[in-house]
Design a protein around this ligand. Structure first.
Ligand SMILES: Cc1ncc(COP(=O)(O)O)c(C=O)c1O
Length: 402
């Protein structure tokens, strides 16, 4: 299997990193290795603690060739030394938290994160003696004030799901490293091509590979990319001990999707910009948030920090009654755009997200934090993942309901 990242361009990396023609059959396309165990030529086993990238395959909870192929591809795309693939994006978040946090440690986390990650931090981690401070990561003074001597991880998400607020990642990285903590970043919305992890000072880049990386809405998976020593620790904890591994079949599917990621991301960006500009001109639409639009309140930061604005946008249509009425007509009338959760697929997806409901179930924000959320989301937003259909067809579909 070829080693990672010796290629000059994103497309070559996406296609070739991690794979090579099969040495036995000459097959040009990678095989799916549906094997849980591997025949050994050594009489003795070896300890999981001694694993390195040249270790032979032993048992699929340690590693499997189809998953290793994807790990090398993602590391090459993200520009990191190594990568760990997990059973889902949530398993990737859990892998970070349960590898690098112990009883008595402190986590600083974006007060708006993917809802599952927010609930993991707020409801689960404190049961293990880990204290958690949710912070508006767009407010650097608040981030600085939240850091403590026992802070081990600062976890950001940019753009944040669902409100498209950005974090100045390089600035938060400096604060985090000055405090002796690790910076982890959920870059699912941005994709590996949207953020330059090394330049921004991110230690661990997390993805739900269910989304842009796989890109076709047919496989759930997750990944964390980062330095080899941190990934090795995570492989021991998260895969070998906690067991949340990616199946070889999903590894193969997601790698096939990842092979076209740079092309797809360019098309997602182009389509999203066209849809966002059209939405801004529609009378029922009160506000559109897309980092690539000059009207995004952090457009300058987006231009400085994002290499691709991706296909995610949100828009407001007024109060909850208006949102629910339009959501109902979307369910009845839309053909091209599916009314469904998830994102990053070739099919366009849209979903109504009411602010009060999300506050009760997931974020539970009050005071300034709630005001900051409402500044981006009002009473509720439509979160839209602009797919790869022709933008004029997406727009024609949406014009039936707006
Ligand atoms: C930003 C973000 N992070 C993490 C996740 C969780 O990923 P998964 O559904 O693959 O567990 C999601 C899912 O929507 C997400 O949007």
């Amino acid at each position: 299997m070829s080693k990672r990242n010796t290629y000059l361009g994103d497309m070559t990396r996406a296609i070739h990193a991690g794979e090579a023609p099969d040495p036995t059959t000459g097959a040009s396309a990678p095989a799916i290795h549906m094997s849980s165990t591997f025949v050994s030529d050594s009489v003795a086993g070896f300890s999981a603690h001694d694993l390195d990238e040249d270790s032979p395959f032993l048992y699929a909870r340690w590693s499997n060739p189809s998953v290793t192929m994807l790990e090398r591809k993602i590391a090459a795309l993200q520009g990191t030394e190594d990568c760990l693939c997990t059973a889902s994006g949530m398993a990737a978040a859990t892998a970070i938290m349960l590898t690098f946090l112990s009883q008595g440690d402190h986590l600083v986390i974006s007060d708006v994160s993917y809802a599952g990650v927010a609930e993991l931090a707020r409801d689960t981690l404190p049961r293990y003696g880990i204290s958690v401070t949710p912070v508006d990561m767009s407010n650097l003074d608040a981030v600085a004030a939240a850091l403590r001597p026992n802070t081990k991880i600062v976890h950001v998400e940019s753009p944040v799901n669902p409100i498209m607020r950005l974090t100045d990642i390089a600035a938060v990285s400096k604060l985090t490293h000055d405090a002796g903590a690790l910076l982890s970043c959920d870059a699912t919305f941005a994709s590996p091509l949207g953020l330059d992890a090394g330049a921004l000072g991110i230690d661990l880049v997390m993805h739900s590979t269910t989304k842009y990386m796989g890109g076709h809405g047919d496989a759930v998976g997750g990944a964390v990319a980062g330095p080899a020593d941190l990934i090795k620790q995570m492989r021991l904890e998260a895969s070998i001990h906690h067991g949340g591994i990616l199946s070889p079949f999903n590894g193969w599917l997601i790698a096939r999707g990842a092979s076209t990621l740079p092309l797809r991301m360019r098309a997602h960006q182009q389509g999203a910009l066209a849809v966002a500009e059209w939405l801004e001109a529609q009378p029922p639409v009160k506000r559109v948030l897309y980092p690539g639009l000059p009207s995004h309140p952090q457009h300058d930061l987006a231009k400085a920090q994002m290499k691709n604005f991706s296909g995610m946008l949100s828009f407001q249509v007024g109060d909850v009654a208006a949102g629910e009425r339009i959501a109902r007509s979307m369910i009845e009338k839309l053909n091209v755009v599916h009314y469904a959760v998830s994102l990053g697929h070739h099919r366009s997806l849209i979903f109504w997200m009411e602010t009060d409901g999300l506050m009760d179930s997931s974020f539970k924000l009050t005071g300034d934090a709630l005001a900051s959320y409402r500044a981006f989301a009002g009473d509720g937003i439509f979160r839209m993942s602009v797919g790869l259909e022709d933008p004029e067809d997406i727009i024609a579909d949406l014009s039936q309901v707006l």
